[in-house]
Ligand binder design. Structure first.
Ligand SMILES: C[C@](O)(CO)[C@H](O)COP(=O)(O)OP(=O)(O)OC[C@H]1O[C@@H](n2ccc(N)nc2=O)[C@H](O)[C@@H]1O
Ligand SMILES: Nc1ncnc2c1ncn2[C@@H]1O[C@H](COP(=O)(O)OP(=O)(O)OP(=O)(O)O)[C@@H](O)[C@H]1O
Length: 284
């Protein structure tokens, strides 16, 4: 039996950091939503107790460092499973991009193995297990649109954003999430984006209010470390995107655009500037 799971990318419509915690993590308030750029994970029982992974991508680890493999090991250890799994990952989400690619693969592995190994776990139980792998994994297990608090693992479902185009541009640099949080001075953040403002914008299904409420305090760090990301934001704004923001810890910059022709025009305009450009849609 083969099991298929889609692993979509996420963007952060807003990301605020409240303070640094004693455990080294930061207390956050973020609104996240899925977009229709996705990795594809295929799982099957190899008839042995081995856990293995293959991928067409040369950019990701295939051993225990891969978050999908970590998800399989975690489930097997927690529930005393002796069955194995072979997973094939068709990687489409750019790596180390701020789009939670690895976290979404881990979430897809948790969902897929729950089916393959017939564990009968609820979504809430899978979310709790996901939190042991990474802060973004619980949201990736659940999908949709959510307000994430705590270190990102506490979720509250929100209304989906109005259907629109999302132009994603990933500059050719790899950003470490730990470095970005490490360089953030939480006490010195001048302007905090508003989670309640974004919630209201989503409830009203107002595209303009969603664009107006975009904000990410990690931009201050990443844009200083990598001025190319600031230039990319500027280019996307000049090309006429309705709202522009860096996703997560970056370096991907996304532009929200209401009209298809404009999204295509922005993509074409970006191509001379940035190689990895995608026009996708919000998933809600
Ligand atoms: C930037 C975001 O992707 C936005 O959605 C998340 O906040 C980060 O999620 P993630 O990549 O799943 O993060 P994790 O793998 O849990 O943590 C990576 C590193 O980022 C830092 N980190 C992460 C989340 C958080 N709330 N505070 C932190 O300080 C920690 O140094 C941690 O060691
Ligand atoms: N399945 C996976 N796909 C991509 N990267 C993975 C995977 N498993 C582990 N990694 C490692 O994780 C690192 C971060 O990759 P990922 O694509 O998840 O970053 P990201 O999109 O910035 O994540 P986030 O937005 O959650 O911070 C990479 O350097 C890679 O080596």
């Amino acid at each position: 039996m083969f099991i298929y799971e889609k692993a979509p990318a996420k963007i952060n419509l807003m990301l605020d950091v409240l303070h640094k915690r004693n455990d080294g993590f930061h207390e956050v308030e973020m609104v996240m939503t899925m977009v229709d750029l996705a990795d594809r994970l295929t799982l099957h029982d190899p008839g042995t107790s081995r856990i293995s992974l293959s991928s067409q991508s040369g950019y990701i680890p295939l051993d225990d460092k891969n978050l999908a493999v970590r998800a399989a090991r975690l489930l097997r250890q927690r529930f005393g499973i002796n069955r194995g799994v072979h997973m094939h990952l068709e990687k489409r989400i750019p790596v180390a991009a701020g789009l939670a690619g690895g976290s979404s693969d881990a979430a897809a592995a948790l969902r897929g193995l729950n089916r393959l190994w017939e564990l009968g776990l609820s979504t809430a139980e899978l979310e709790d297990l996901g939190a042991e792998i990474g802060s973004d994994v619980p949201f990736c297990v659940r999908g949709g649109t959510a307000l994430a608090t705590g270190r990102g693992e506490k979720l509250e479902a929100l209304s989906s954003p109005p259907r629109c185009w999302v132009v994603l541009a990933k500059p050719p640099i790899n950003v470490s999430t730990a470095d970005v949080y490490g360089n953030l001075k939480a006490a010195e953040i001048a302007v905090h984006p508003s989670a309640s403002g974004m919630r209201e914008a989503l409830e009203q299904s107002s595209f303009e209010a969603v664009c107006g409420g975009l904000g990410n305090v990690l931009e201050d760090v990443t844009l200083k470390l990598y001025p190319g990301v600031a230039r990319l934001k500027q280019v996307m704004e000049n090309l006429g995107a309705d709202g522009v923001l860096m996703s997560g810890s970056g370096p991907t910059v996304f532009g929200l655009v209401s009209k298809e022709e404009k999204a295509k025009r922005i993509c074409n305009g970006l191509r001379g500037f940035c190689e990895e450009v995608y026009a996708v849609r919000t998933l809600g």
